[in-house]
Write a protein that binds this ligand. Structure first.
Ligand code: HGY
Ligand code: MN
Ligand code: MN
Length: 406
């Protein structure tokens, strides 16, 4: 009989092989692979004897009622969508480790006093619509009309995707009124290098950095590449290049500010036509919200100058803003006790990466457990966590579930 850890390692491979692309791992909101992954996770939850359901937006839930189903539930889980050319641990490990912890309790014939709701979210990364936390936001409140109107590259809105692509479009949404869950706990790879440098397998998280996501479009004039002298050009792409380098130098001059331009689209996109429009994404993060907002203002002002100098039109479109989110001190202290009990460590870290806890913190206390990942690499196919560290993470989570008193 394989152990819960062995089952977890096999499931990571299974889920990691479910992709929308033959050559690399990618699963986006309600895509065919996203839906196949949901079915797989539902089957694992059912095998554990959980009461399962799936919301219209793809969020998958398994419930273990516990000794007293009337007590407020503990939420655990993570996301099962990915970035493009992703690793197989970001998100998926949190779901699979939570399942393994619950399976370990079952092997010890332990029934928890309170209900546990295992949640698997269908879109944390925002790869398809650039918005983040669609699943975790949806369990706190219905998505607002502006979010539902957000469109993907094919012009399909989130509302239309849910109405036409969701296998459970008419199902009841999964919703928790504020204050009803006792807390939310997520295990995730660190996606950084601190644990590796500290030679520690795991730590708990103190807070999640704030992040701003926007789309910038510069519009100039398409023209002939061979007959248009340089002084007469209104080249949107060279304008975008100046903006992108301005973002880089702003971030380099003000650590720990980080700014990333991850995506750019050019029109008309012909090698012998001067670009008319250039649209690129901005991902700007800082642990301090005031500095993040000031940095956004400085960047916007520099873009207005660049557009003016180059006779370009600037469209600055904020997509989403998330403030820095502290983890709940009490729940985190309880998780820290389990970390220390299993590894002897008391290490805590802030998270530069965003996580579903940012959205869920609106309705209940949140806490996070990080486990080490090789070279801190993530959002990369070589993302990797050792079986030993995964086993330690599952042990800490199991210890926490057993020792967390209602
Ligand atoms: O972008 C992030 O920080 C997370 O991986 N969604
Ligand atoms: Mn990620
Ligand atoms: Mn993640």
């Amino acid at each position: 009989m394989p152990t819960p850890v062995e089952i977890a390692l096999a499931r990571l491979e299974e889920l990691g092989a479910i992709s929308d692309a033959p050559s690399h791992l990618v699963r986006t909101f309600l895509s065919p692979a996203n839906r196949e992954a949901a079915e797989k996770i539902l089957s694992w939850m059912a095998a554990l004897g959980m009461e399962t359901s799936q919301a219209p937006d793809g969020t998958v839930r398994g419930i273990l009622p516990g000794k007293n189903p009337s007590l407020s539930p503990l939420l655990i889980g993570s996301h099962y969508d990915t970035v493009i050319d992703a690793g197989k641990y970001d998100g998926s490990l949190g779901i699979i480790a939570a399942l393994a912890a619950l399976e370990s309790l079952k092997l010890e014939t332990i029934t928890l006093p309170f209900p546990v709701h295992l949640l698997a979210f269908s879109d944390e990364e925002g790869t398809r619509f650039q918005t983040t936390y669609l699943g975790s936001r949806s369990i706190t409140a219905p998505l607002d009309s502006e979010t539902l109107a957000a469109q993907d590259a094919a012009g399909i809105s989130i509302a239309r995707a849910i109405a036409t692509e969701s296998p459970t479009a008419t199902a009841a949404p999964i919703l928790y009124p504020a204050g009803t869950p006792r807390g939310y706990v997520e295990l995730h790879i660190e996606q950084g290098r601190v644990l590796e440098e500290a030679h520690e397998p795991a730590c708990v998280v103190t807070s999640i950095a704030g992040q701003s996501r926007l789309t910038v479009t510069l519009t100039g004039r398409a023209d002939h590449a061979g007959t248009t002298p340089m002084p007469l050009r209104r080249d949107a792409l060279t304008g975008a290049a100046a903006c992108i380098l301005a973002a880089e130098s702003l971030a380099q001059s003000s650590p720990p500010l980080v700014i990333t331009v991850g995506k750019i689209q050019v029109h008309p996109g012909a090698s012998n036509s001067i670009p008319q429009t250039a649209t690129f994404t901005i991902d700007l993060r800082h642990p301090d919200d005031e500095i993040r907002q000031n940095s956004l203002t400085r960047l916007h002002e520099s873009y207005l100058r660049i557009a003016d100098e180059r006779q370009l039109h600037l469209h600055w479109l904020p997509i989403q803003d998330n403030n820095a989110t502290p983890c709940d001190p009490t729940l985190t202290a309880s998780l820290l006790q389990s970390l220390t009990a299993i590894t002897g460590s008391t290490l805590t870290l802030p998270s530069g990466a965003g996580h579903d806890g940012v959205a869920i913190s609106k309705i209940c206390p949140i806490a996070m457990l990080f486990i080490r990942c090789r070279d801190g690499l993530s959002h990369h196919p070589d993302e990797y966590a050792t079986p030993a560290d995964i086993a330690t993470g599952i042990q800490i989570l199991t210890h926490f579930l057993k020792s967390h008193n209602p």
